[in-house]
Design a protein around this ligand. Structure first.
Ligand code: PMP
Length: 336
């Protein structure tokens, strides 16, 4: 009867849609968070990783015994490691050295080959994405079963998988009664895929961008200029360019969220909803609340809870680190 049982990769996606009671009560809307932290690798990026791997298998580029190489802020690497381990591929991950120790330790615990490189601007030839592209090219030449570069920023298999899964699930889970969707952007695969899926089903769904300070995207969608202001402790989100995945995304309502607005929401989600989620989820919920205020009461707005707070233990629960950023722990959180 083994056909009744499913294995790891079958549990990527089909995540629950959770009503956020505080945000809903504060706005008079239904604000719903899709629980992406419940994916096997613990984040939204399991979906992009699975979409990219399946696409590379189908095109014949990824062969049995081959290697998957990627540059990542962490979660995509963890997703690729989950999938690589489950399917018998090795994974080689290149990551900037300014990301949380918790993500680095998690990657190591999956047994990936990890290269930590200095965090440098995108135009630098040693940017983590370019290093990963070079390593993939070299391994593809030398390894007997070849290697692929996942290329999550510009590989459209990323957004296509979100269109087919995340977007379609949100439509079904809300029974088509949805007025707004909003999330932050790293590669843009999630926002683009969900936006296309929802707009194809209804012209009335508004699409929002929740962009942290320090990212250039808000100014692009609000004022037509790629320009970054300020900074943020959030990880995995924000961008200085329009990726191939993000291009042509119909964004109706762009918002810029400072940490002073998003990080307190992370603690509120923990304390009032029992949801321990990471900083990008705080940005997403902050964006959903702004969108709800602009649309007015009575609307259904969906956003994403991308990963767990435990992925940022050394930052989100570190009084001294937070103080350096002008942020603070809430009074109820007693870590001493
Ligand atoms: N939240 C977290 C925690 C992430 O790691 C990422 C991706 N790096 C995102 C949000 C953004 O997702 P996408 O790449 O699909 O834009």
């Amino acid at each position: 009867m083994t056909e009744h049982y499913r294995s790891t990769l079958d549990y990527i996606g089909n995540t629950p849609l959770i009503r956020l009671n505080q945000a809903s009560a504060a706005t008079g809307c239904e604000i719903l968070g899709k629980a992406e932290f419940m994916n096997p690798g613990g984040s939204i990026k399991d979906r992009a990783a699975l979409g990219i791997v399946r696409d590379a298998e189908n095109s014949g580029q990824l062969r049995p015994g081959g290697i998957i190489v990627e540059g990542t802020a962490g979660n995509t690497g963890i997703g690729l490691a989950v999938i690589g381990n489950a399917l018998g591929y090795e994974t080689v991950i290149v990551m900037p050295d300014n990301q949380s120790k918790d993500k680095i330790d998690t990657l190591k615990s999956y047994g990936v080959t990890l290269h930590l490189v200095p965090a440098v601007p995108l135009k630098d030839p040693n940017h983590f994405t370019k290093v990963s592209e070079r390593i993939a090219g070299e391994l593809n030449e030398t390894h007997e079963h070849g290697a692929i570069w996942a290329n999550q920023f510009n590989n459209l298999a990323n957004r296509e998988f979100h269109e087919q899964t995340t977007g379609a699930e949100i439509w079904e889970q809300t029974h088509g009664e949805i007025h707004g969707f909003i999330c932050s952007v790293g590669t843009g695969g999630t926002l683009a895929g969900v936006a296309h899926a929802l707009k194809a089903r209804s012209d009335n769904v508004r699409i929002g961008l929740a962009d942290p300070t320090g990212s250039a995207l808000y100014n692009y969608y609000a004022h037509g200029e790629l320009k970054a202001e300020g900074s943020s402790i959030s990880e995995g989100i924000g961008n200085s360019r329009i990726t191939d995945n993000l291009a042509d995304t119909p964004i109706d309502m762009p918002y810029q969220l400072p940490d002073s607005e998003s990080i307190p929401l992370v603690y509120e989600l923990i304390k009032k909803e029992g949801l321990s989620v990471g900083s990008s989820s705080g940005v997403n919920v902050a964006g959903a609340i702004r969108m709800a205020r602009d649309l007015g009461p009575g609307h259904v707005i969906v956003t994403l809870l991308c990963d767990s707070a435990m992925r940022y233990r050394a930052r989100l629960f570190n009084r001294a680190f937070l103080a350096e950023q002008g942020l603070q722990l809430p009074d109820w959180l007693n870590l001493d």
